[in-house]
Design a binder for this molecule. Structure first.
Ligand code: BGP
Length: 468
């Protein structure tokens, strides 16, 4: 298979890490707006309201809200075919449970989409990227509660109708599978466990509610515009067995089960044996309501989007207790100790395509690194170029040698944004440098890194010329 002529090259961001202007235009608070930046490796503190004197990186982000024209012009200069961004749910429904949407929020995204389309850049829109309205968390308990399905679907109905001629590519929930993988799925599902709760039951319930909501959105979206492409989005954790010991191979399967859990429901439309086995392993229960099975069956996604950063290694002494680490002696590591594994991307794409036979879209990949501007302000980020070159080469191999259908590739944080894991600014992924530090200080001035011109050349050659 050749790389498609209409392959969607571009970059990716999310409102909570990029937009800033956290109260402008009638926006309400999201879960990101009460999460502090981390200080020297301390985990990010989460509050239940905005405390005066505390630094919350999302409040200013890197101010896309006021810089969108400048930023989109730079993306266009690189030749972007698409731009992945998210709509902040709280710009459209500041609390989340209102009947009437906030017009100022809708107008903002009209302006952004018009600007993109003016350059021929296709918007790729995540509907919920770690931005659940805080009010829904506090009043309803977030995705524990089925009521969120209706609030989410109402939000989708509004944005699908409003942007039906401007946006074709949608993603329902960012990294939905992390709901099960994370100890506490705060970013994914707005959930911190309460005393006495069984985390397994809550994760299973929240995941079910989110997948029903996603399926309903798919069904509704196709009614509103049959050309819509509505995808699922997973963090794809390609995993190796530590050795050929059979218990290590079984451990690998166990580690993949919570991930295929979401894939099976959202792509195949039902809870497969992988899902039911996972529920047993977790020691939880799934409560479905009448009609849910039908919705899941009808609301399967049109494509699968993934984020891909690193790979893991699984082992087990007894075939039951799992040990999963990122220690792989064959791989180099990033400044944040993430293993760098381009071939793992090719392997992951093959696994997913074998399993689901749906078009794939790599919507996040990249190297978080510390960039040090030289005296004259230039940034020679050869390490980033090498990382991306190796991954794009692996992606091309998956398409050309393995005949996997991949429709696009967007690098994470094409312009420097706030890190979600640490809240830091110094963990940079961009082709465009933004002058801002970990305390939130800086002019926000944008400047091109060396990788800017390199990526432009890659796109112009449709991924064939990755040399540097
Ligand atoms: C993914 C998220 C992104 C992004 C990325 C990089 O999990 O979808 O929002 O932030 O990870 O992670 P980090 O920002 O922690 O480096």
């Amino acid at each position: 298979m050749e790389i498609r002529n209409d392959f969607l090259w571009g970059g990716a961001t999310a409102a909570n890490q990029y937009e800033g202007a956290y109260l402008e235009g009638g926006k309400g608070l999201s879960i990101a707006d009460v999460e502090m930046g981390s200080r020297h490796g301390v985990p990010r503190e989460i509050h239940d309201h905005v405390h005066e004197g505390c630094y919350y990186p999302s409040h200013r982000g890197v101010d896309f809200y006021h810089h969108y024209k400048e930023d989109i012009a730079l993306f266009a200069e690189m030749g972007f075919k698409c731009f992945r961004m998210s709509i902040a749910w709280t710009r459209i429904f500041p609390q989340g449970d209102e009947e009437i949407p906030n017009e100022a929020g809708l107008e903002f995204y009209d302006r952004v989409f018009d600007e993109l389309l003016g350059y021929g850049i296709e918007p790729v829109v995540t509907i919920s990227h770690f931005e659940t309205p805080l009010y829904l968390v506090q009043k309803y308990g977030s995705w524990r509660n089925r009521k969120l399905i209706d609030f989410f679907v109402r939000y989708c109905e509004v944005i699908f109708n409003r942007y039906k001629t401007k946006v074709k590519y949608w993603l329902t929930f960012n990294e939905i599978n992390e709901t099960m993988n994370k100890k506490e799925p705060y970013h994914q599902a707005g959930i911190l466990f309460k005393e006495g709760e069984n985390p397994a039951d809550i994760k299973i319930m929240a995941s079910h509610n989110m997948m029903v909501a996603s399926a309903k959105a798919v069904i509704l979206g196709h009614e509103i515009n049959p050309d819509f492409m509505i995808g699922a989005m997973f963090q794809y954790p390609t995993t190796y067995a530590r050795t050929c010991r059979p218990t290590d191979v079984l451990a690998r399967r166990y580690h993949m089960m919570p991930n295929f859990y979401y894939g099976d429901v959202m792509c195949r439309g039902y809870y497969s044996n992988t899902c039911t086995a996972q529920i047993k392993r977790m020691g939880g229960t799934l409560n479905m309501e009448d009609g849910d099975a039908e919705i899941l069956r009808k609301g399967t996604v049109d494509y699968i989007a993934i984020s891909y950063y690193f790979t893991s290694v699984a082992s087990s002494e007894d075939g039951n207790e799992l040990t999963v680490t990122r220690d792989n002696p064959y791989l180099d590591r990033s400044d944040w100790n993430w293993p760098i594994d381009p071939m793992g991307l090719r392997i992951g794409l093959n696994e997913l395509y074998d399993r689901y036979q749906l078009p794939l879209f790599v919507v996040e990949n990249g190297l978080g690194a510390i960039d040090k501007p030289a005296e004259d302000g230039t940034i020679d980020d050869d390490y980033r170029i090498k990382y991306l070159k190796d991954h794009i080469d692996a992606l091309r191999d998956a398409i050309e040698l393995d005949d996997v259908d991949v429709i696009g590739y967007t690098t994470w944080g094409c312009i420097d944004v706030i890190s979600v894991g640490t809240g830091e600014m110094k963990k940079r992924y961009g082709f465009i440098y933004v002058d801002k530090d970990d305390e939130g200080k800086g002019t926000l001035r944008r400047s091109k890194k060396k990788s800017f011109a390199w990526y432009k050349k890659v796109i112009a050659s449709n991924g064939k010329d990755t040399s540097y």
